[in-house]
Design a protein around this ligand. Structure first.
Ligand code: AP5
Length: 214
C-alpha cells in the first residue's frame, strides 16, 4: 500500500503515520524527520536547510525531491510506505507522480487530516519527544503515563523541536495555506483524496483511518 498523509502542521500526520506503520507493516517516510537528521548530522544538506526550517519556510523543491527519491528506492520501502509531509507543493506532487510511474507504482490513497489553525498552535507548542527513541508526546493531549519517563523505552530525557515556537508555527501554517493546500484540488482531480476529521481525539482519528484503509 502506498499512502500520502497530508495536512497542516500539527494535524497529527506523524502520530498517525507511526500507528499505521505498525498496523499495516508500512514504512513512514517523513521528509521533516529526514531533514532534521541532516541538520543534526551537520551534512551539506543540513547546513543548507537549517535556517529555512527554523523560520518555518519550505525547503526548495529540488532538494526535497532528490532526498525522497533515494529513500523511496530503499529496500524497506518496497513493501509499501506512508509519505508524511511530502508532497507539499504542486511541483513536488508532479515529481512524485513521475517517480512512481517510473517504478510502475501507484498511490492507493491520499488522506487529508483536516484541522483548525488555532488548535494547531496549542498542539505544536505542547509537543515533546523522547531523546532516546523519538516517541512523540503532548503535555495535555498525549502525556507520558509516568511523568518524566518515556512509555516506549523508559528514557528520561526529552526534547522539543527548534521550529515548535508559536511564532514559527504561524509561519508554517501560512506556508501550508499558500503552498500546500492547493494540492487538495490537485488530488481531488486525480480521484484518490479522502478527507478525515483531524480535530477528533487521537484514537478516534486512528479509527477513522483504519475504517478507510481496511
Ligand atoms: P514536518 O516535520 O513535516 O512538520 P509539519 O508538517 O509542520 O508537521 P508536524 O510534524 O509539526 O505535525 P504533524 O502533523 O506530524 O503532527 P504530530 O503528529 O507531531 O516539517 C518541518 C519543516 O521541514 C517544514 O516547516 C519545512 O521547513 C521542512 N519540510 C518538511 N517536508 C518538506 C517538504 N516536503 N517540502 C519542503 N519543506 C519541507 O502532532 C502534533 C502534536 O499534537 C503532538 O504532540 C501530538 O501528540 C498531538 N496530537 C496529534 N494528534 C492529535 C489529536 N488528534 N488530538 C490532540 N493532540 C494531537
Amino acid at each position: 500500500m502506498y499512502l500520502v498523509l497530508f495536512g497542516p502542521p500539527g494535524a497529527g500526520k506523524g502520530t498517525q503515520a507511526k500507528r499505521l506503520e505498525a498496523a499495516y507493516h508500512l514504512v513512514q517516510l517523513s521528509t521533516g524527520d529526514m531533514l532534521r537528521a541532516e541538520v543534526a548530522s551537520g551534512s551539506t544538506l543540513g547546513i543548507k536547510v537549517k535556517d529555512i526550517m527554523k523560520a518555518g519556510e519550505l525547503v526548495p523543491d529540488a532538494l526535497i525531491v532528490d532526498m525522497i527519491s533515494g529513500r523511496i528506492d530503499a529496500a524497506d520501502a518496497k513493501a509499501g510506505f506512508i509519505l508524511d509531509g511530502f508532497p507539499r507543493t504542486i511541483p513536488q506532487a508532479r515529481a512524485l507522480d513521475a517517480m512512481l510511474e517510473g517504478k510502475g507504482l501507484k498511490l492507493n490513497r491520499v488522506i487529508e487530516l483536516r484541522a483548525d489553525d488555532e488548535a494547531m498552535v496549542e498542539r505544536i507548542t505542547g509537543r515533546f519527544s523522547c531523546v532516546s527513541c523519538g516517541a512523540n508526546y503532548h503535555e495535555k493531549f498525549n502525556p507520558t503515563k509516568v511523568a518524566g519517563v518515556c512509555d516506549a523505552c523508559g528514557g528520561a530525557r526529552f526534547d522539543r523541536r527548534a521550529d515548535d515556537t508559536a511564532e514559527t508555527v504561524r509561519a508554517r501554517l501560512q506556508a501550508y495555506h499558500d503552498q500546500t493546500a492547493p494540492l487538495i484540488s490537485y488530488f481531488e482531480k486525480k480521484g484518490n483524496l479522502l478527507s478525515i476529521d483531524g480535530m477528533a481525539a487521537i484514537d478516534d482519528v486512528t479509527r477513522q483511518l483504519r475504517e478507510v484503509l481496511d
